[in-house]
Design a protein around this ligand. Structure first.
Ligand code: SF4
Ligand code: SF4
Length: 344
């Protein structure tokens, strides 16, 4: 069984499904959305953060680096700067071990499934009181179908917690169907209704994703749709009309739709990973921009539409169609916008 690295097991998570939750972030994703808000989960391999503000330019890391990736550049009247040539890095992590100042940190832990479950259910009593549970997110959990199936099986049958998966649904149906027995809620991203954009910008197949969503709905799984709205990619009137038209067909069958306006809070993570952030300098999307989309979805009969997602709502642990979950207001909610998670 192929076991993924885990970037984080986040306790008291309030954005990744109903109630108080623990979210397991899997490292690795088959897509490459250029705005990804969790860029540390894109690559399935280990990597490291570099915190420039903690670095003293002592150059211990430069001395131990076996591949010559790291360098020290002297700048007049300033502390020397540490440089990295990512193309030479062999991910040995010797630089992380050598740093006494916490300026380098490994991203991605290798954990066995029992340890993940143990940590994930440590807050079980909070799930029971809030209608929460455990969310498997990423990255893309479906990239590791056997691991994910075993994880949700243990969480559902042994630990008896509410289980949610956040996914792009970009996988073969035979990897998704077995999960239905153990997963209470599928949260699925739709990033565009344009198959060319999916193919060329994101690297996935829209047809496969929609077919999987439709299969889940047909088989009466609880499905909640996430709509990340990204400036210049899918924020035009025609983009929004297309997604409203599509989701309108399933309005009464969906658990709900969460509209997630673009924000640039992930910029710091790109810098720490030494990656280019293609949305640098692009402003957060004003909430007013998505209000017509929210209203159009409501008019089509989608019974729960939020901006920013369901934040810590209290719901039953098992989803059975329309159970009247609290609907978030459509007005800006600074706290929820600051903390929301948008998968890439
Ligand atoms: S060892 Fe740490 S503090 Fe020293 S130069 Fe490298 S990153 Fe900076
Ligand atoms: S992880 Fe990369 S940069 Fe760090 S010591 Fe190894 S090769 Fe050098």
């Amino acid at each position: 069984m192929l076991t993924p690295l885990v970037t984080e097991i986040q306790r008291f998570s309030l954005q990744d499904g109903p109630g108080i939750r623990t979210t397991i972030f899997i490292k690795g994703c088959p897509l490459h959305c250029p705005w990804c808000h969790n860029p540390e989960t894109l690559n399935h391999k280990n990597e490291f953060y570099y915190y420039a503000s903690k670095c003293t330019s002592c150059a211990r890391c430069v001395k131990v680096c076996p591949s010559g990736s790291l360098g020290l550049v002297h700048v007049k009247n300033k502390m020397p700067a540490i440089t990295i040539d990512q193309s030479k890095c062999v991910l040995c992590m010797k630089c992380v071990d050598a740093c006494f100042f916490g300026a380098r940190e490994v991203v991605g832990k290798s954990l066995d499934i029992d340890s993940i479950v143990r940590e994930a259910v440590a807050d079980k009593m909070f799930y029971q009181h809030s209608g929460g549970g455990v969310t498997i997110s990423g990255g893309e959990p479906l990239l590791y179908p056997e691991f994910t199936l075993e994880l949700v099986r243990i969480l559902k049958t042994k630990e008896k917690v509410q289980v949610t998966i956040e996914t792009s649904c970009f996988a073969n149906w035979d990897k998704i169907e077995p999960l239905m027995k153990f997963v209470d809620l599928f949260i699925v991203d739709i990033k565009s209704m344009d198959s060319e954009k999916y193919k060329h910008v994101i690297g996935g197949s829209l047809q496969k994703i929609l077919s999987n969503i439709e299969n889940l709905i047909r088989l009466k799984a609880a499905v909640r749709i996430h709509l990340p709205i990204i400036p210049g990619f899918n924020d035009s009137a025609s983009d929004m009309e297309a997604v409203v038209e599509y989701l309108g067909q399933f309005a009464d069958k969906l658990d709900g739709v969460d509209v997630l306006p673009f924000h640039s809070y992930a910029a710091g993570k790109y810098a720490q990973l030494g990656r280019e952030y293609r949305y640098k300098g692009i402003n957060d999307l004003p909430i007013q921009k998505v209000i017509p989309l929210v209203n159009a979805l409501k008019q089509k009969g989608v019974h729960q539409v939020t901006v920013g997602g369901i934040i810590g709502t209290t719901t039953p642990t098992r989803y059975e169609g329309d159970i009247g979950i609290m609907t978030m207001p459509y007005t800006p909610n600074k706290k929820s916008m600051d903390s929301q998670t948008q998968r890439g």
